[in-house]
Design a protein around this ligand. Structure first.
Ligand SMILES: Cc1cc2nc3c(=O)[nH]c(=O)nc-3n(C[C@H](O)[C@H](O)[C@H](O)COP(=O)(O)OP(=O)(O)OC[C@H]3O[C@@H](n4cnc5c(N)ncnc54)[C@H](O)[C@@H]3O)c2cc1C
Length: 423
């Protein structure tokens, strides 16, 4: 879905003052954070002009469904739940799609943006940075290293999906991707979800990770081993304790991937899933304080008055200075920010937010403690029950993990967990 950008409300300083009505609330980013903030704001304020500026089309889609689309045989165009034009109309906003903000000038409260129509200046009253995160690129050698994909947007997914269909080969009779051999770099959350989904989609999957088991930094050892076995039983080939060194084009046009342990794997596609880094370049260049993400206080305001941030790009004071690149934190943050923007200053307080890992081979629910919490995982019974509690040094439960059928105990373990923003 494409959208012709409409002319933004008040533009350059060359405009006569009389034309400047009210400097709008400008939101940069049309992902879950950007759109949810606007939706929540419009429930409280229908009058203030709102402009959404986004580098992509602005179409609304559920990003989590990118890592379970293959099993459901969904093509990229089927993932859009609400086209951009409909979002803009329903929420009464001016949408500047395919427009990349290149600079923020906080003193004059203007943005410089590049769109298919050229470079424009846009004035803002208040500004929301909902610019998300970027995939971390592994430092790979080899002449075909640039053919390594990562998926953090619908556009990325469309490219990956096309590649799975085989660039030169015609798609299968049903128009769906033909089976391919895919190498996934990284056995973290996104890597495991894609591995499971690709296998269910009929592909052959290999996973490379330097640790000894999947989700090593998130799960207790036994839970990680359960997931390893479950995905292996489905057909996933693991390469633990090693890393990818080089990616080169093979004589047949496929890819030869050499690992640090000396193995060479011939595959069709390589998907890198080694993590995300908050997008901070734009804010940082504007003098807005950034650390692991754009630093925001309890009311989601950055170090600059009237400039706010949330979503994958934000580092939340309300979460003990952590980034939280998940859906539930965005929903809470958008609600609190909308209230503040509509005139009721509201502190963001995160509830307990367990995450469901979409690995149907072994569904997992994780409620992770703050990473600096001293303590350890303790299994309920032998661990075969599929339940683990994270107990801190005082014996207080600060998190839990449930695998398989034990996921049904989610409410019970959540009630027994004592929330702590920071240790
Ligand atoms: C494959 C996958 C599966 C996931 N599964 C789950 C799950 O099961 N559960 C869960 O809780 N979370 C999951 N997540 C995480 C969740 O999807 C994200 O936390 C959430 O979608 C992030 O939304 P966002 O709006 O902050 O960022 P994004 O969706 O990345 O949006 C950023 C927006 O900013 C725009 N932008 C950036 N820079 C500029 C610029 N300079 N100018 C203009 N526009 C700009 C982009 O175009 C985009 O519109 C998953 C993530 C991935 C990648």
């Amino acid at each position: 879905m494409t959208m012709e950008p409409r002319t933004p409300v008040p533009v350059t300083s060359a405009q006569p003052a009389a034309e400047v009505v009210v400097a709008p609330l400008v939101v940069i980013g049309a992902g879950l954070a950007g759109w949810t903030t606007v939706r929540e704001f419009r429930k409280l304020d229908t009058a203030t002009p709102v402009v959404v500026v986004t580098a992509d089309s602005g179409d609304f889609y559920a990003k989590p469904s990118l890592s379970n689309a293959m099993a459901q045989k969904r093509a990229p165009h089927q993932m859009v739940t609400t086209p951009a034009a409909k979002m803009a109309e329903t929420l009464n906003v001016t949408l500047l799609a395919f427009s990349t903000v290149q600079a923020i000038e906080t003193k004059s409260r203007t943005l410089t943006l590049r769109s298919p129509h050229g470079v424009q200046t846009l004035r803002f009253g208040r500004l929301v940075l909902a610019t998300g995160a970027q995939p971390i690129r592994a430092p790979l050698q080899g002449k075909a290293a640039e053919r390594v994909r990562s998926v953090n947007s619908l556009d990325d997914f469309a490219l990956f999906h096309k590649e799975l269909q085989g660039a030169s080969a015609a798609p299968g009779q049903d128009g769906l991707p033909k089976p391919q051999t895919v190498l996934v770099i990284g056995a973290g959350l996104i890597g495991c979800e894609f591995a499971n989904d690709l296998v269910l989609g009929g592909h052959s999957v290999q996973v490379v990770d330097p640790s000894t088991r999947p989700l090593a930094s998130l799960l207790p050892e036994q839970a990680g081993l359960q997931l390893k076995d479950a995905l292996q039983a489905l057909g996933v080939h693991w390469h633990f304790g090693t890393t990818v060194r080089t990616v080169d084009e093979a004589p047949d046009g496929r890819l030869d991937v050499s690992l640090a342990n000396g193995s060479v794997l011939r595959v069709d596609t390589v998907l890198s899933a080694i993590g995300l880094r908050a997008q901070t370049d734009l804010a940082s260049a504007a003098g807005i304080a950034c650390e692991r993400g754009i630093v925001v206080d309890a009311q989601l305001q950055t170090s600059v008055d009237g400039v706010y941030a949330l979503g994958d790009g934000a580092q939340y004071a309300s979460a003990g200075a952590r980034t939280l690149p998940f859906v539930m934190p965005i929903m809470g943050a958008a609600k609190a920010l909308a209230a503040t923007l509509a005139g009721t200053p509201t502190d963001l307080v995160f509830p307990l937010m367990p995450v469901s890992i979409k690995t149907p081979a072994l569904p997992i629910v994780v409620c992770a403690p703050h990473p600096q919490t001293a303590g350890g995982w303790v299994a309920d019974g032998s661990g075969e029950t599929g339940a683990w509690r994270f107990l801190d040094d005082q014996g207080v439960q600060r998190g839990f993990v449930l695998t398989g059928k034990s996921g049904a105990r989610r409410m019970e373990l959540a009630q027994e967990t004592v929330l702590q923003a920071a240790p």
